[in-house]
Design a protein around this ligand. Structure first.
Ligand SMILES: *Cc1c(COP(=O)(O)O)cnc(C)c1O
Length: 364
């Protein structure tokens, strides 16, 4: 039995008629940049997921960039972030001329370890970017207590955590700003690039709305420096078609994860922790094994697709070589990168496919 790591064609085939009708309506109305479809999506996304203020943007990287502009990070400032995440988490920090200050992740969940944050705070520290990696909420109560004590601006990168809850509340607004991605492989994926920005207070949202359109609230008047961070009309229309399915897709991901958690019995495997404060939406199901590469080869022989997410932590990337953080700087992140392997987890997987993955892992 073949189990691909991810197959986007199944979901898109199922929604084809509805999606193409929505895109055609947007096309005929020439609502190409922002417009009614995006406004409706912002309203629906906020109502469905529990955010009072939502701004559609043109990628998941853009709201992170905008957040760093609004926070006022700049040259000489340090922003704390985990080294085990997608590179985009910290691009905004670099774009505004500030410096990422990495802090290691915890053993169990791959998320920022609150116990290690305070030692990294210096007079230059201005903010923290928290990532809810693989859909699992980070320890927001502890992180926010530290942030308040030191007056830090907190950005939650929820690119992988749409619908995830921390102690019953949606992730994204424990800090100042939350950001989402609708890249096609995300839990709520567009047909192209997309993202969203949520803010706890209205002034921040208004500022982000102006930054999104060239720093302007009236055409051709630019009171602040902005950019072009607008969401396409097509993405708004398409995401409006997909959003009603998100709760069902999330429940299916959670059911698959439960099956993996109960079924995988391989010695030496480390399953992802499921702490009681968080309700993961399982963007990934990532296990660790000391012989990861051999396990991965074996799974490939059993026709089980896997991926390495992530093989190189951020402090070891060439773009951050100037930070001078050699091997051993962040041992937990480095061990995760060396031993992790992600298993197939997408809503259209059948139970038989999930059981095949479990049998293949256990057979290693
Ligand atoms: C996908 C992702 C982003 C944003 O990526 P885009 O491709 O720009 O939408 C940011 N952070 C994390 C952790 C991600 O996984």
């Amino acid at each position: 039995m073949k189990v691909p790591f991810l197959d986007l064609s199944l979901q898109h085939r199922a929604l084809r008629t509805e999606a193409l009708a929505a895109l055609a309506a947007t096309y005929d109305a020439t609502r190409f940049c922002l417009g009614k479809d995006v406004e409706e999506f912002e309203k629906n996304f906020g109502a469905t997921l529990g955010y009072p203020r939502v701004l559609g943007m043109n990628s998941g990287t853009s709201p992170l960039h905008v957040a760093c502009m609004i926070a006022g990070f700049g040259p000489g400032d340090e922003v704390i972030a985990p080294p085990f995440t997608f590179i985009s988490t910290v691009w905004g920090v670099s774009y505004v001329g500030a410096t990422p200050r990495f802090v290691d992740v915890g053993e169990g969940t791959f998320n920022l370890d609150p116990a290690k944050i305070e030692a990294a705070i210096t007079p230059r520290t201005k903010g923290i970017i928290v990532v809810h990696l693989f859909g699992q909420p980070a320890r927001m109560a502890e992180i926010m207590a530290i942030a308040r004590r030191h007056g830090l601006f907190v950005i939650e990168d929820c690119a992988q955590a749409v619908g995830a809850r921390y102690r019953g509340e949606p992730v994204g607004l424990f800090g100042d700003v939350g950001t989402f991605s609708f890249y096609p492989t995300k839990n709520l994926g567009g047909c192209g690039e997309g993202g969203a920005f949520v803010a706890r207070d209205e002034a921040t949202q208004v500022k982000a709305r102006h930054i999104r359109v060239h720093g302007s609230d009236r055409r051709y008047y630019h009171d602040i420096v902005g950019g072009n961070f607008r969401m396409d009309g097509f993405q708004g229309a398409l995401l409006n078609v997909k959003l009603p399915h998100l709760a069902g897709w999330t429940a299916r991901r959670q059911a698959i994860a439960q099956r993996y958690l109960e079924g995988i019995r391989l010695a030496d495997v480390r399953l992802p922790d499921q702490p009681d404060y968080g309700q993961s939406v399982f963007h990934q199901f990532t296990i660790r094994h000391p012989r990861r590469d051999a396990l991965r080869d074996y799974l490939a022989q059993q026709e089980v697709g896997t991926d390495l997410i992530y093989p190189v932590p951020l402090h070891r990337q060439g773009c951050f070589a100037s930070l001078g953080q050699g091997p051993g700087s962040f041992p937990v992140a480095e061990a995760a990168a060396a031993t992790c392997v992600s298993l197939p987890i997408f809503p259209e997987l059948t139970d038989a496919q999930v059981d095949h993955v479990i049998a293949a892992v256990n057979g290693f």
